[in-house]
Design a binder for this molecule. Structure first.
Ligand code: SF4
Length: 315
């Protein structure tokens, strides 16, 4: 039975804003997705903020639980990561770098068919053959090298045991993973959270774009500061971090596009500051009671080369 998390219902501020400017989020949900709203949301007791990132205003900390409620109320639980074993999560986290998830899935299907989704099998297979099997994920030669580097690290440091590896304290293991060829912060944190159940918040380009457009961070805010922002504002709960990141990626893919964001249909639309400014924002339809967004400032979020392939969401 999965643990049920609850936001404190006693806090009236957790209700979604329902001013004349926007349709309630549940209406958006039904209209936008053509399906019944799934009201099952994770609820958590929010403690007083523990830490705050230097480039994040303290007042912004209160927004995170509300954002989570709005996103999960709109689309329901997303149940990441789509993998059968922790090792498959790790393989997926490496293969999804600069690749669309659909292409990663094809590579994983190949690996599964050849019984390659084990540490020992990746160790044994010649690198050239491994590269052929994961060709669909792009940059396949480099990714074959990265997979080999990971299993070599695992063998040397933990005798090939993921269980032993994940027993390592989080900060120590994160540092070790970051030292492995081909593993950067987002991949390391995805491995820690989704494969190892360590409470690390995964920060990606979607997170940055949404927070920046909503005025919570600046262009100068580092990924580490964003991570600190989340980890200092919401409880260190693996299930919550898992679902929150999945919801952010979902919003980033469906609504918060690099250009022409669909704010009028987005679950986070009610939280967009009236002064927010979006590049080429799509204005609401005249049939809705939304008012057009006025652009006063546009600070394009940092956009990595292949944003859309960084996370396992099928769009
Ligand atoms: S689409 Fe608009 S409302 Fe939704 S997260 Fe992006 S900026 Fe905010």
């Amino acid at each position: 039975m999965p643990k049920r998390l609850q936001f404190p219902s006693a806090n009236p501020n957790l209700d979604l804003p329902r001013g004349p400017r926007y349709r309630p989020v549940e209406m958006l949900s039904v209209a936008s997705h053509g399906r019944s709203r799934n009201l099952r949301t994770h609820r958590v007791n929010i403690p007083a903020p523990r830490t705050i990132a230097p480039n994040v205003a303290a007042s912004n900390l209160a927004a995170l639980p509300k954002y989570y409620e709005a996103m999960s109320s709109a689309v329901g639980p997303l149940k990441w990561w789509p993998a059968k074993t922790p090792f498959e999560v790790i393989v997926g986290a490496i293969l999804t770098q600069n690749a669309a998830w659909l292409n990663v899935e094809k590579a994983i299907v190949n690996l599964r068919r050849e019984r390659m989704l084990t540490v020992a099998a990746i160790e044994r297979v010649p690198r050239a053959r491994l590269a052929r099997l994961i060709r669909s994920s792009g940059y396949f030669r480099q990714k074959a090298k990265k997979l080999k580097a990971f299993v070599t690290f695992l063998r040397k440091q933990y005798g090939g045991s993921l269980e032993r590896m994940f027993r390592t304290p989080t900060p120590e293991l994160r540092d070790k993973l970051l030292a492995v060829h081909g593993i950067g912060p987002e991949t390391a944190d995805s491995i820690l959270l989704y494969a190892g159940k360590h409470s690390v918040f995964v920060v990606d380009a979607y997170t940055r774009r949404i927070l920046q457009r909503h005025g919570h961070i600046s262009e100068k805010t580092s990924d580490e500061e964003i991570r600190s922002f989340f980890e200092g504002s919401i409880p260190r709960d693996v299930q919550l971090y898992n679902e929150y990141h999945a919801q952010i990626v979902n919003v980033g893919k469906k609504w918060c596009r690099p250009k022409s964001p669909l704010c009028h249909a987005c679950p986070l639309g009610p939280f967009l500051p009236s002064t927010a400014i979006l590049p080429e924002a799509i204005e609401p339809s005249p049939t809705t009671d939304l008012v057009p967004l006025k652009a006063v400032h546009v600070a394009p979020p940092r956009e990595p080369a292949a944003l859309c392939g960084r996370d396992p969401v099928q769009s």
